[in-house]
Ligand binder design. Structure first.
Ligand SMILES: *[C@@H]1O[C@H](CO)[C@@H](O)[C@H](O)[C@H]1NC(C)=O
Ligand SMILES: *[C@@H]1O[C@H](CO)[C@@H](O)[C@H](O)[C@H]1NC(C)=O
Ligand SMILES: *[C@@H]1O[C@H](CO)[C@@H](O)[C@H](O)[C@H]1NC(C)=O
Ligand SMILES: *[C@@H]1O[C@H](CO)[C@@H](O)[C@H](O)[C@H]1NC(C)=O
Ligand SMILES: *[C@@H]1O[C@H](CO)[C@@H](O)[C@H](O)[C@H]1NC(C)=O
Length: 321
């Protein structure tokens, strides 16, 4: 009896550990893809009294960052689930995931194309960066990764962070703006930066199809396709920077000692406007223009799927003038 229960328990662990998306997944509509991944999040949601916080060991760990071939996969795998036996977001292991709509404003005077024009639907993963490893929360550096689904095409992702060092003891998740351009600091962990530099160097393609440097992820791929799956015709106009600012008044307590996930769940509800989205066309552009907002289409949920199986490719293509 005991053995049988053990087998059942193991089988359910293995079931979740295997890829769950259908073979024709990429051909589905954006809405179907969003529903499939969201149902996996809901099915594997954690009990809030038992949120995992022990650092993932030993399948993936920071030593893997020393292998450019390993890190390169984060730019090359085009699916929405981790490949093979890979099971961890190395640098942000724990998160809440929420359904979102990226609403772009039609009054914007910017000429941005693709998703910056059409907007779209997707999932957002709100996490803490953990570049120095355990313990969780030894630094507080919020990140937000956005996945927008495209009808019949691979999804496009947007990574946002302020810097790797974080904001010290202030636990307000919405304290700082976050962007695809990460701030440099004197105490940035050189070993991790070097790992990214070595990885970028081995990516295939010409110089423009590799990120400029470990601090700068391009937005060109996101500007090249519309959410209905049509490609942008004519010039592709991508922002140099997309910046997220917590929507008016949104905050988690600065002096909180709670798990950040519980603090987020307290303030994030279906319908909440999460972020105002600002963008600027070039590095020299004087100011960021308000181009849209990110709105929650659901509650936010901490889950095994959202921590271990969902995958967010980092974009490779560089910005072009
Ligand atoms: C969550 O865990 C607590 C404590 O172990 C338990 O009392 C509760 O029933 C669990 N809830 C669910 C939904 O599993
Ligand atoms: C980290 O991963 C490597 C490669 O899989 C493994 O050899 C090593 O034992 C792991 N380290 C820890 C502390 O788990
Ligand atoms: C554009 O529209 C949005 C949403 O209605 C509004 O919040 C914003 O202030 C408008 N921007 C300008 C420049 O009018
Ligand atoms: C759209 O662009 C992609 C490359 O980004 C290409 O693979 C695909 O064939 C294009 N689709 C159409 C319908 O032109
Ligand atoms: C966030 O970005 C907006 C738009 O550029 C700017 O007005 C605001 O001051 C920034 N906030 C912080 C805390 O840097």
């Amino acid at each position: 009896m005991k053995t049988f229960l053990t087998i059942v328990a193991l089988a359910s662990v293995l079931a979740l550990a295997a890829a769950v998306l259908p073979d024709n997944y990429v051909t589905l509509s954006a809405r179907e893809k969003q529903a499939l991944q969201w149902s996996q999040v809901l099915e594997s949601r954690y009990n809030l009294t038992e949120l995992p916080s022990a650092f993932p060991q030993p399948t993936d760990n920071l030593t893997l960052l020393g292998l450019p071939e390993y890190l390169a996969q984060s730019f090359l795998i085009t699916g929405d689930e981790m490949p093979g036996t890979r099971r961890r977001m190395l640098l942000s292991p724990f998160a809440v995931v929420c359904k979102v709509e990226y609403r772009t404003f039609k009054n914007s005077t910017s000429q941005f194309t693709g998703l910056f024009n059409t907007g779209g639907i997707g999932l957002i993963r709100l996490a803490l960066d953990a570049i120095y490893g355990p313990p969780l929360g030894s630094l507080f550096s919020p990140t937000a990764v956005l996945k927008i689904y495209i009808d019949g095409q691979i999804s496009r992702n947007f990574q946002h962070i302020k810097d790797v060092i974080g904001q010290g003891a202030n636990h307000n998740f919405f304290l700082n703006n976050m962007s695809n351009i990460m701030d440099k600091g004197p105490n940035d962990p050189q070993a991790v930066m070097d790992a990214f530099i070595r990885t970028i160097a081995i990516l295939p393609g010409d110089a423009l199809s590799r990120p400029l440097n470990p601090y700068t992820l391009g937005l060109y791929e996101q500007a090249s396709v519309n959410s209905d799956g049509t490609n942008v015709t004519g010039a592709i106009v991508a922002p140099w920077e997309q910046r997220l600012q917590g929507h008016a008044g949104l905050a988690t307590p600065a002096d909180s000692t709670n798990d950040f996930r519980l603090d987020l769940l307290n303030v994030l509800k279906e319908g909440t406007v999460l972020y105002d989205v600002y963008a600027k066309r070039s590095v020299d552009a004087p100011e960021n223009e308000l181009i849209g907002e990110i709105v929650l289409q659901s509650e936010c949920v901490p889950s095994k799927y959202g921590d271990e199986l969902i995958f967010f490719r980092q974009s490779r293509e560089q910005w072009r003038p």
